[in-house]
Ligand binder design. Structure first.
Ligand SMILES: *[C@@H]1O[C@H](CO)[C@@H](O)[C@H](O)[C@H]1NC(C)=O
Length: 337
């Protein structure tokens, strides 16, 4: 009798052990409580690329928190997109500094939004081990996918730095840059010819004193800063993929000053950005877009030119197709292009 009881007890233990081990989230089998990832982002205006962005990152992240920078005008659209994706958490973004020009105030708002995300994912009812802060014009790309050696499995790392590469713009209008842009200027070739930042993006292991330190880094974490090898994980940035998007972006930025946050101690050293401001603002006032167009065209690489061939040969320019592997390997239906 007692032997039977022992067998029954053993069977129960085995059953519950297996049930526990195999109960993991379907598409996140590799992630445990110490390796799970949340992504946080702030969005101004969604376009078709936003659903691609969400579905692409939902393959890797347990949660995505989306802060709306302009909820009054975009709430309905964004709510509609997010409502069919249960692991996406939607929030009104910080509205701090409405009087400041948008290129600077967005960073202050992101600071608030990332802090909110940190608090949210520290809450044990919806916990994540890691938080990644990226924008909706960026893809976190890991060519080999997640393995046991991936950055989020590094137990001694408190924060992680990803290098970033920049999508080369195209002559024609693009609906979905993540699909259309496949050539990138890589940061190892120097960031002199970048149209935007070249100092990478970061993730942090969540703990109580963690805070954002600008859009590219974190402070207050325990452990080391781990610089992820560029071939393992990278941020692909699509800042101004076409003339139309460049014009829209710099119309939105407006007549911003030469200093970030109007602070004379923090000069804006991004020449492409300041020059874009000048030519776009001039065209807005005069109605003559000739000079703006010429400036833009000078930044679009001419495929087949000697300069282009040299960039390719020296590997300053490389091809990446982050969506191709995903579409091929993990079912065509998951991505809503
Ligand atoms: C979010 O923003 C919308 C539109 O501006 C507003 O109607 C709503 O009350 C806000 N929600 C919260 C929780 O603040």
């Amino acid at each position: 009798m007692s032997r039977l009881l022992t067998y029954v007890t053993l069977l129960f233990i085995l059953y519950f052990t297996f049930k526990y081990v195999y109960s993991g989230d379907e598409h996140n089998k590799q992630q445990t409580s110490t390796t799970s990832i949340a992504i946080t982002t702030t969005i101004l205006r969604p376009d078709v690329s936003f659903t691609t962005w969400l579905d692409y990152h939902l393959q890797r992240a347990k949660y995505i928190m989306v802060h709306m920078d302009d909820p009054e005008n975009t709430r309905e659209t964004i709510e509609q997109i997010c409502s069919t994706r249960p692991n996406v958490i939607l929030r009104n973004g910080s509205q701090t500094k409405p009087e400041m020009t948008p290129e600077s105030r967005i960073m202050l708002r992101q600071q608030d939004n990332v802090l909110e995300a940190i608090m949210y994912f520290l809450d044990p009812t919806h916990p994540a081990a890691w938080l990644v802060h990226i924008d909706t014009d960026e893809l976190l790309y890991e060519p080999g996918g997640e393995t046991e050696r991936s950055w989020n499995h590094h137990q001694e790392a408190g924060s992680v730095k990803f290098t970033n590469h920049e999508a080369l713009p195209l002559m024609e209008e693009v609906d979905n840059p993540f699909v259309s842009c496949t050539s990138f200027r890589v940061s190892s070739g120097g960031t002199k010819h970048f149209m935007a930042y070249g100092n990478g993006k970061a993730a942090v292991r969540l703990s109580s004193r963690v805070a954002p330190s600008g859009p590219h880094a974190f402070t207050g974490y325990r452990g080391d800063l781990y610089k992820v090898p560029a071939e393992e994980a990278m941020v692909l940035h699509y800042p101004t993929p076409s003339y139309e998007r460049w014009v829209a972006k710099y119309k939105h930025f407006g007549q911003f000053g030469d200093y970030w946050y109007d602070d004379p101690t923090v000069p804006n050293k991004m020449d492409f950005m300041k020059r874009s401001r000048d030519v776009v603002q001039m065209a807005v006032k005069s109605g003559d877009w000739t000079e703006a167009r010429a400036f833009w065209d000078s930044w679009v690489p001419k495929q087949g030119s000697s300069e282009w061939r040299e960039d390719v040969e020296m590997e300053r320019v490389r091809k990446y197709e982050p969506l191709a592997g995903l579409l091929g390997a993990k079912g065509q239906d998951r991505l809503d292009l």
